[in-house]
Ligand binder design. Structure first.
Ligand code: ZN
Length: 246
């Protein structure tokens, strides 16, 4: 399989027809696609004025798209190199126990689906490199209370994602699947009970509506109460909270 860099050269090659250059751009997404293949393609098309189904985009559109993708890839590679160095140091110092962050990195290494967007047409609007800078800053800083990309507190747990794993916290504002290690225990518990405002807004949580619980809540104790109606959800909820303290 051709590598990212040789495919990027083909996107820039003026000797190739537009359809071949476009195909090479799409194949770059097999190597690096922060939102997943379809959503990243949709993002590049929207940002650079291409129709997702137009087989003959203009060369300037293709060039702008590959530049955006390469810039984002450099941001991600710098972050991954930093993460790998840190793990190497920890191993040398005897800290060998794998963490939830290690597990997440193992599944997303190289930058595929690091901010997975389930709906290809729903993703952050900003330049990819800016989104990844915010994400990597958040991952470096430890668990937070909201979406690491748009800072929204509206993060809701989903169980039916076309993604491995199929469960996880999704930002209801920008659409990304938030890396679970980037969320605090409190934010995860809130997501598991259906999201909502940080201090609790009565009657607005999906989990409460499903479980018929009363309006108070948004804390870990409520998560347990609200989740008894679904065995799968309970399983994933417990695992997520357990991982948070692993
Ligand atoms: Zn968001």
């Amino acid at each position: 399989m051709a590598g990212f860099r040789s495919l990027a050269r083909r996107v820039r090659d003026p000797r190739l027809v537009a359809a071949e250059r476009r195909t090479s751009l799409r194949r770059c997404l097999e190597h690096f696609a922060p939102y997943g293949h379809r959503a990243t393609w949709h993002h590049l098309c929207v940002r650079h004025g291409m129709s997702p189904h137009d087989r003959h985009p203009r060369p300037d559109q293709l060039l702008a798209a590959i530049e955006e993708l390469e810039e984002a890839r450099r941001v991600w590679q710098v972050y991954e190199a930093r993460f790998a160095d840190r793990r190497k140091r920890e191993k040398r110092d005897g800290v060998r126990k794998p963490t939830p962050m290690d597990d997440w990195h193992r599944r997303t290494w190289g930058g595929f689906g690091v901010a997975w967007c389930e709906d290809p047409a729903r993703h952050p609007d900003d330049r990819l490199a800016d989104v990844l800078r915010r994400l990597t800053t958040a991952l470096d800083s430890g668990p937070g209370d909201g979406c690491p990309v748009c800072a929204s507190p509206r993060v809701v747990w989903h169980d039916d994602l076309g993604h491995e794993p199929a469960s996880g916290p999704v930002c209801a504002t920008c659409g990304i699947l938030v890396p679970p290690p980037a969320l605090s225990q409190r934010a995860l518990a809130r997501a598991l009970t259906g999201g909502g405002e940080p201090d609790g807004v009565p009657g607005q949580r999906a989990g409460e509506r499903r479980a018929g619980a009363s309006g108070r809540g948004g804390r870990a104790g409520d998560a347990g109460r609200a989740l008894v109606d679904s065995a799968g959800r309970t399983h994933h909820a417990e695992q997520a909270l357990r991982n948070q303290h692993a």
